[in-house]
Design a protein around this ligand. Structure first.
Ligand code: PLP
Length: 380
């Protein structure tokens, strides 16, 4: 059976042209990027080139960019490493939005256990952090503020530039998790004024297992993974050269095609909503300012897990909440923070479109969605 993949916020397929660029670094150019001989130099040249290309496209310096094993590691490192560096200055208070990804929430819970105080910022019913909410909880002891650029469950964009300004007024660092934003909006690091930013290659048709953390020159963060002296002594571990090469290729390619892809995705999202418009009791979770690629829908009277599995049987792949939580039955912390009841969160599904979806697929998926919802409602 042909599968219709509508779960691009969980991951995207690896672009075959990106894979072609990676392949030589698995085989003939297999060297360790730390080896000084010719085979090692081929590897280190590839890593340097990959970092330079990304830096140029971001308008930052190459030595402000660190390769990691993915978004999770980059988030953990930014929050834990940033908080500890700030603690040395007497700042032991950390602020996170309540809708952060589990990678960030985990890091904050760890800090709390280790004696930091942590404040979680509320969001409005549209899923956005309000700037005043941050203003109200900032203190002289606040060392780090973390708010994601776009939410992974709703796609809602956050007012990063204004939040970063407020954090800086009290001498705190500002970190944004841009893992979901990176495929769809340019990362305006300088304009946003962030000190740290994370993103991950498998969200923009690159390989899994490779992420990046931007750390502004002059900002001190503690090392997270010790061992070798890789990544300028801050992140130990033999560099995964093929994925680094794939990261930069996918990132540059994604930027080159971003406008065109976004236009198409917006059209597909509208087409899907039109296709299900005969259904009553369906609402979009999340306010106006959001990524068109992610559609979080509440379908009254329908259990989201039942809907996911019934659609899977029809060949349509969607998600409930984030990928990490899909297999668990926990209600979405993001939707709860937006004021939905636990029952309402269990009626909510995430559909996320990609640049390679076709109109035909979307028409089929919408029809399957309508039929499945009607069936489930009939038997519930
Ligand atoms: N942050 C956000 C917002 C995400 O959506 C994800 C992945 O879904 C991550 C972090 C983790 O990234 P990775 O899968 O590369 O570890």
């Amino acid at each position: 059976m042909e599968r219709i993949y509508l779960d691009h916020a969980a991951t995207t397929p690896l672009d075959k042209k990106v894979l072609d660029k990676m392949m030589p670094y698995f085989t003939e150019n297999f060297g360790n990027a730390d080896s000084p001989h010719a085979i090692g130099r081929r590897a280190v040249n590839a890593v340097d080139d990959a970092r330079d290309r990304v830096a140029e496209r971001l308008g930052v310096k190459a030595n402000e960019l660190y390769f990691t094993s993915g978004g999770t590691e980059a988030d953990n490192w930014a929050i834990v490493g940033g908080a500890y560096a700030q603690k040395a200055k007497g700042k032991d208070h950390v602020i996170l939005s309540s809708i952060e990804h589990h990678a960030a929430l985990y890091a904050a819970e760890k800090l709390e256990k280790e004696g930091f105080s942590v404040t979680y910022l509320p969001v409005n019913d549209g899923g956005m952090v309000e700037v005043n909410a941050l203003q109200n909880v900032m203190t002289e002891r606040t060392g780090l503020v973390a708010v994601m650029a776009a939410n992974n469950e709703t796609g809602v964009l956050q007012p990063i530039e204004n939040l970063a300004k407020i954090a800086h007024e009290k001498g705190a660092l500002f970190f944004t998790d841009a893992v979901q934003a990176a495929p769809y909006i340019p990362l305006c690091i300088k304009q946003w004024g962030v000190d740290m930013l994370s993103f991950s290659s498998h969200k923009f048709y690159g390989p899994k297992g490779c992420g990046m953390l931007y750390v502004k020159s002059g900002v001190k963060i503690e090392r997270f993974i010790g061992g070798g002296e890789q990544e300028r002594g801050l992140r130990g571990g033999t560099t995964n050269v093929p994925t680094v090469v794939g990261f930069s290729e996918a990132f540059c390619k994604n930027l080159d095609t971003m406008d065109e892809s976004n236009e198409k995705i917006e059209r597909l999202s509208k087409l899907f909503l039109e296709g299900i418009s005969t259904l009553k009791g369906v609402t979009v979770n999340g306010g106006e300012k959001k990524l068109p690629a992610i559609l979080n829908l509440r379908v009254e009277g329908v259990n989201n897990v039942d809907l996911l599995y019934k659609l899977d049987l029809k060949g349509v792949c969607i998600a409930v909440g984030s990928a990490c939580a899909s297999a668990s039955v926990k209600p979405s912390h993001v939707l709860l923070a937006m004021g939905l009841t636990e029952k309402e969160t269990r009626e909510s599904v995430r559909i996320s479109f990609g640049k390679d979806n076709t109109e035909e697929e979307i028409r089929f998926a919408a029809a399957a969605f309508v039929e499945t919802v009607e069936n489930l409602r009939q038997f519930s």
